[in-house]
Design a protein around this ligand. Structure first.
Ligand SMILES: Cc1cc2nc3c(=O)[nH]c(=O)nc-3n(C[C@H](O)[C@H](O)[C@H](O)COP(=O)(O)OP(=O)(O)OC[C@H]3O[C@@H](n4cnc5c(N)ncnc54)[C@H](O)[C@@H]3O)c2cc1C
Length: 406
């Protein structure tokens, strides 16, 4: 293995996930060298579906990925809402054309592996980016004139480098956060996401196959949407599970039989999937600081949140764009991280609060559901988009907002 790029302005990034690769591409676009250090030995097609909202897409499109994403993603025409046991949607919230009209950018769904692949292919084409796979350990020494870092690889080779900055984009269980920065461990949220991919034919008649659907239940909910080019539908069920049960979890979502009998969707889905669920405990991160000198965090490593506004990856992409600009413009990495954190904190806090609130609304028990459903049924057709102008309509890396109504 060649000694990777070194020198005053090389940014070293732990994690070749959504955040890490977007940061590398954003830096390379502005002429900075980036070295991405990934723990896995190869790209791994982990994960399931992701909803990619306009605030994230505008950043990815600017990196030259519009065409590749258009081929890999699907523009869902609406989000249909099914309160518990309802066979027809209470509301069909327009997305597709309505989002394009309002924000000038599509709202799409994509397989996480497809998004990771689009980013990875672009990074491989970019001369300023180097990716090291199979990284085992990082040993960091801080000294008056910056950082020295030893990188231990799976084959026991070791590299020694002098990074301008080290960025932890290594996900919710970030070692950069907990080991290098002595930050907090991730905390279990009390929720588990149960994920599965089904052939479209299996779900025909049970869930819409051409759009996103959200199913509310008392204490649980589900989301389904088709994944493009796969003939598959992504289905996620979210339930509560006490922490003491995590060590020996059930093999399927713990939804009472009484409820399964009363919901054609939940009953049908559970019967169809049986025990073939991917168990995904949802953890969150509340770090007091996202940087310490020339070391900083982005994405889930900094602020993993519950996924009920489908914004974790979008926030990771936004972080990457903002941090890249600050790293290029600031005199030192420390100043760049401080400016990035100050810019990002308020927006992340707002999205985090919205996601948590959605969880409470989705899971309301009867009779509180009556008021909720009346409010949702009575809203203007695009009230949901108007409410989210601040989120979907903001391009965080450009001073002007995404033009509305184009
Ligand atoms: C059920 C569910 C549904 C979701 N749906 C959506 C959605 O619709 N839209 C959305 O925007 N977000 C969604 N999210 C959130 C989204 O998946 C995450 O927020 C996003 O993947 C975070 O990206 P990241 O790059 O920060 O971390 P990750 O994607 O976790 O990437 C971290 C990378 O770092 C690597 N790594 C880990 N440790 C090390 C180490 N020590 N050294 C080197 N590399 C390391 C990992 O292998 C990985 O490649 C959802 C999450 C869940 C649980």
């Amino acid at each position: 293995m060649q000694q990777p790029a070194d020198g005053q302005r090389s940014v070293y990034i732990a994690g070749a996930g959504i955040a890490g690769l977007t940061l590398a591409l954003s830096l390379a676009r502005r002429g900075f060298a980036a070295v991405v250090m990934e723990r896995e030995a190869h790209p791994s097609p982990l994960g399931a579906g992701l909803q990619l909202s306009p605030n994230a897409r505008v950043i990815l499109d600017r990196l030259g990925l519009a065409e590749a994403l258009a081929n890999a993603a699907f523009e869902t025409p609406s989000l249909d809402i099914y309160p518990f046991a309802r066979k027809t949607p209470l509301r069909s919230l327009p997305l597709g054309q309505a989002v394009r009209r309002r924000f000038g950018i599509p709202y799409a769904v994509i397989h996480r592996a497809a998004l990771a692949d689009v980013l990875l292919q672009a990074a491989r084409r970019s001369p300023g980016i180097e990716i090291i796979w199979g990284v085992r350990q990082l040993d960091l020494v801080r000294h008056a004139r910056g950082l020295s870092m030893g990188i231990e690889l799976a084959d026991r080779q070791a590299l020694n480098v002098r990074p301008h900055a080290l960025v932890g984009a290594d996900g919710v269980r970030s070692a950069v956060r907990t080991e290098v920065m002595d930050g907090p461990a991730a905390k279990y949220s009390g929720f588990v996401a149960w994920r599965t991919l089904l052939a479209e034919a299996q779900l025909a008649g049970l869930a819409p196959l051409d759009r996103t659907a959200l199913y509310w239940g008392p204490g649980f909910h589900a989301v389904t949407y088709p994944l493009p080019n796969t003939g598959q539908v992504n289905a996620v069920v979210v339930t509560r599970l006490p922490e003491r049960r995590l060590a020996r979890p059930p093999t399927r979502p713990p939804i009472d039989r009484w409820y399964l009998k009363r919901s054609r969707f939940f009953g049908g889905l559970m019967g169809m999937v049986g025990d073939k669920w991917t168990f995904w405990p949802i953890s969150t991160v509340q770090a007091k600081s996202w940087h310490d000198g020339p070391v900083g965090l982005i994405g889930d490593a900094a602020h993993a949140m519950v996924p009920f506004q489908a914004q974790g990856a979008a926030m990771a992409i936004e972080d990457a764009a903002v941090l890249a600009d600050r790293l290029v413009e600031a005199d030192s990495a420390e100043q760049a991280f401080a400016a990035y954190e100050a810019a990002r904190r308020p927006r992340i806090a707002r999205v985090r609060a919205l996601s948590a609130r959605n969880g409470r609304v989705f899971h309301l028990p009867w009779p509180l559901t009556i008021g909720r459903n009346m409010v949702v049924a009575g809203e203007a057709p695009e009230a949901h988009l108007e409410r989210l102008d601040w989120l979907y309509g903001t391009d965080v890396a450009e001073p002007r907002p995404v033009p509305a109504g184009t």
